[in-house]
Design a protein around this ligand. Sequence first.
Ligand SMILES: [Zn+2]
Length: 372
Amino acid sequence: MPESHVAAGSASLPSARRAASGLPAPSFLRERLKYAIIRAGLEASALFRTHALLPGLGGRGVIFTLHHVAPAERRRFRPNAGLTVTPGFLEQAVLAARECGLVPVHLHELPALLADPADRRRFVVFTLDDGYRDNAAFAAPVFRRHAVPYTIFLTGGFVERQRTIWWETAAALLERASAIILDFGAGPERVETATLAQKRAAFARLEALVGAIDEDEAVARIDQAARRAGVDPMAIVDQLVMGESEIRALAEDPLAHFGAHTLSHVNLRRVGAERLRCEVEGSARAVARYAGRRARSFAYPYGWARAAGAREAQAVREAGFPVAVTTRPGVLSADCLRQPALLPRVSLNGHFQAKRHVKALISGLPLALARG
Ligand SMILES: [Zn+2]
């Protein structure tokens, strides 16, 4: 998440939350600027119906990233709001893709489909990261109703309740606390978190901490601060993430596929070679155990360029995954086949929940604008 996460919303999108998927955004100002560009691009493309006028920009289709799919919440402090879309919006996204002529397929089928010179169809792939329980409750029924295949990426440590989800912990902690004490690098520091602005600023600092120091250590410090405030970080995982029996039940649906998303959701570019291998191969074995089927795809935690590069792609190939996805924004093209272990994705973001936004994203124009 952080990119996704934080990124949540944008991570998938141009950049916005690069941090999200895990990581912290470079700065509030830059993030806001990027956000403005994305919004302008989305609205402009929606207005001009680019998907009809410029079909070439959209390439061969798109892989969508989702996280939570759940009814809207009314809480004021929702730093991860970009990571949640409603079931109604997901249904609109499915309909938008179909109206744009995209054919829904499984992620692991993509390389063969794109490589077939006789097949000129455009495709849409739905992926959901982190294995949230709401995927089974609210997303699966939508996919079933429309016969759309989908892939859910599981993190072994979440499924087995051995790793906490720092961005969810941070949100719960800051919502409850009026002040926290945490070591940001200069010893224990008291940070006021009473007002909405203070909570948002503190979340940004925690996100930055995760990106700045050893990720395991940062997660441990956030967990510790949460426990001091009466928030149980593992109870949050238990509440949000599917356990093994739920995964096994959902795996009986032929539309559902389970891919791997590491063991601890750590930024893979920041760990050593041995940890990298364990995270990738260990999660492949874990997913096969939970779902009773081999994982045929992989998603990099966070997924942006600073979390997934050539070394990580090689580890994924060596572990036997034919395809892997990043959160680098982009539509599909024949060029993607040169790097099937680093495919781009487009985030369906909680901040842009309208059918016209989905059609704009499918057009490829907002992504082209944001890069430019
Ligand atoms: Zn993730």
